[in-house]
Ligand binder design. Structure first.
Ligand code: URP
Ligand code: ZN
Ligand code: ZN
Length: 463
C-alpha cells in the first residue's frame, strides 16, 4: 500500500466516534483508516500525536465579495477562503444574489466568476431569490439539478430583498418538488420598518438603535410563520442566523411535532450581547448585523439549543465591512451602516472553547455542528463532513490545548477589527488539508489561491 500522505498517531473524531488511528490519503481522498499504516514510499508523513484529527469544517453561510448598502463586503474569495482555512474550514457555501429582473442562472454565473481562480478551499452556492416570476420558478429545478440545491429568502429588508408570504410558499412548494431546501432570513421586515421610521423621527440615529428597533418578537414571529408556510408546502425549512430564544422556541416546538425544521446560529450570538451596543461613540457599529445582538440571557439558551439538537449547525454569516470607510457610511444614521460582521476565521476555535471546554457538549457533537450536519443538510455528505474511506481528504489536525487570543492585529480576514477582540480561545487548528493538499502548516498558509473547486451539491435528503 502506498499513500501520498499519512497522518499518524492522531485521535480521529467524527460526529459518532472517537478512536486512535492513522489516516492514509491517496489522490485527494481518504484511502485507509487503520492503526500503524505503512509509511514506506509515502510522500509526506504528518505526526498528529496528542491531536484530534477531524473532518474539515463546513461554513454554510458566508458573504464574500457581496454588494450591500452601497459598498462590498471586504473579503473576496481569495482573502476570505484563506482566512477560513486558517480556522479549519475547508468548504464554504456562499450566496449568489439574484438582482430583481435577473434569472437565477445569471446570479449563479456572477458568483461563479467571483470565486473562479481565487478560492483556496472548496465552495458551493445557495441562491438568494428576490424576484420569483414563473420563469425563475422553473429555473429552480434546473439549478437544483446543477448542484445549487438550496435557496435563501428574506422576510426582512422591504423594497430590497424581502419577499411576501405567497412567494415564500411558491418557492417552498417548488423546492419540495425538486429536492431543494429553503433557507429563511426570519425577521418581520414590515414591522421593523415602522419601528425604524419612528426611531429616526425621534432623532435616534446611533448604531445601538439598529438593535433596539429589531425586537426578538419580530424574529420569533417570522420564524413561526416560516415554519407554518413550510408545513403548508410540505417542505423542509432551514432558519439562518437564529439569534434569540423567541425563535428557538418556535423551532423546538415544530421539531417536537416531527416537522423537518432546522436552524443554525453563529458565534456572535453565543459570545456577544446587547452590552456591545453600549460601546462609546460610533464603536458599536462594529456589531451592526441582522438579526442584531440580544440580551445576554439568550446566549445560554442558544448553547442549550446546540447541545439538545434544537439547533443543528453553527455557521458564521461572515459579512465583513471595515470600520473605517465602510461602517462609517452610517456615521449619522444607523440605517446606512452596512449590515454584517467578520467571523469566518474563528468559528471552530470559539465553538470548541465554549462548547467542549465549556462542558456543554462532546467533541463528537462539536464535529456534528461545524461539519457533519451542514454536509448532510446541504447535500455534501459523505464526500465532505466526515472521515471515511472515499471521502475527500479535507482534514483538520486540531490542538485542543493550544490557546490563542483573537485580535485584528493577528487575524487573516481583510477587515480592520475583530468582533471577538481579546477573547481567549483554547483549541486551535494546527494543520489543515484540502483534498489531501496541506493548506495550513505551523501557522502558515501553504495552499494556493484558485485551488478550491466548485462543488455540485446533491438534493436535500434530510439528516
Ligand atoms: O447582517 C447580516 N447578517 N448581513 C448579511 C446578510 C444576511 O442577512 O445574512
Ligand atoms: Zn440573513
Ligand atoms: Zn447572511
Amino acid at each position: 500500500m502506498r499513500f501520498d500522505t499519512v497522518i499518524r498517531n492522531g485521535t480521529v473524531v467524527t460526529a459518532t466516534d472517537t478512536y486512535a488511528s492513522d489516516i492514509g490519503i491517496l489522490e485527494g481522498k481518504i484511502a485507509a483508516i487503520a492503526a500503524a499504516l505503512p509509511i514506506e514510499n509515502t510522500g509526506k508523513v504528518m505526526d498528529a500525536a496528542g491531536m484530534l484529527v477531524m473532518p474539515g469544517g463546513i461554513d454554510a453561510h458566508t458573504h464574500l465579495d457581496m454588494p450591500f448598502g452601497g459598498t462590498t463586503s471586504a473579503d473576496d474569495f481569495e482573502t476570505g477562503t484563506i482566512a477560513a482555512a486558517f480556522g479549519g474550514t475547508t468548504t464554504l457555501i456562499d450566496f449568489a444574489i439574484q438582482q430583481k429582473g435577473q434569472s437565477l442562472r445569471q446570479a449563479f454565473e456572477t458568483w461563479m466568476k467571483k470565486a473562479d481562480r481565487k478560492a483556496a478551499i472548496d465552495y458551493a452556492f445557495h441562491c438568494i431569490i428576490t424576484d420569483l416570476g414563473d420563469a425563475q420558478l422553473e429555473e429552480m429545478g434546473a439549478l437544483i439539478h446543477e448542484g445549487v440545491s438550496s435557496f435563501k429568502l428574506f422576510m426582512a429588508y422591504p423594497g430590497v430583498l424581502m419577499v411576501d408570504d405567497a412567494t415564500i410558499f411558491r418557492a417552498m412548494s417548488q423546492a419540495a418538488k425538486y429536492g431543494g431546501l429553503i433557507c429563511m432570513h426570519a425577521e418581520n421586515g414590515g414591522v421593523i420598518d415602522v419601528i425604524v421610521r419612528r426611531a429616526l423621527a425621534e432623532g435616534k440615529r446611533a448604531p445601538k438603535y439598529h438593535a433596539l428597533t429589531r425586537p426578538t418578537s419580530t424574529e420569533g414571529e417570522a420564524t413561526g410563520r416560516a415554519i407554518a408556510l413550510a408545513e403548508m408546502a410540505g417542505a423542509p425549512v432551514y432558519i439562518v442566523h437564529l439569534s434569540c430564544n423567541d425563535a428557538l422556541e418556535k423551532v423546538r416546538e415544530a421539531r417536537d411535532r416531527g416537522v423537518p425544521a432546522y436552524a443554525e446560529t453563529c458565534p456572535q450570538y453565543l459570545y456577544l450581547s446587547l452590552e456591545q451596543m453600549e460601546a462609546p461613540g460610533f464603536e458599536s457599529a462594529k456589531y451592526v448585523f441582522t438579526p442584531p445582538l440580544r440580551e445576554k440571557w439568550h446566549q445560554e439558551k442558544l448553547w442549550q439549543g446546540l447541545a439538545r439538537d434544537t439547533l443543528q449547525v453553527v455557521s458564521t454569516d461572515h459579512c465583513p465591512f471595515c470600520f473605517k470607510e465602510q461602517k462609517e457610511l452610517g456615521k449619522d444614521d444607523f440605517t446606512k451602516i452596512p449590515n454584517g460582521g467578520p467571523g469566518i476565521e474563528h468559528r471552530l476555535s470559539l465553538i470548541y472553547t465554549g462548547g467542549v471546554h465549556g462542558g456543554r457538549f462532546s467533541p463528537n457533537r462539536f464535529v456534528q455542528l461545524v461539519a457533519t450536519a451542514p454536509a448532510k443538510l446541504f447535500g455534501l455528505y459523505p464526500r465532505k463532513g466526515t472521515i471515511a474511506i472515499g471521502s475527500d481528504a479535507d482534514l483538520v489536525v486540531f490542538d485542543t490545548n493550544a490557546e490563542q487570543v483573537i485580535s485584528a492585529s493577528t487575524h487573516h480576514m481583510r477587515v480592520d477589527y475583530s468582533m471577538f477582540e481579546g477573547i481567549r480561545v483554547k483549541g486551535v487548528p494546527k494543520s489543515v488539508l484540502s483534498r489531501g493538499r496541506t493548506i495550513i502548516e505551523n501557522g502558515k498558509f501553504v495552499g494556493k489561491a484558485g485551488s478550491g473547486e466548485f462543488i455540485r451539491r446533491q438534493t436535500y435528503s434530510g439528516m
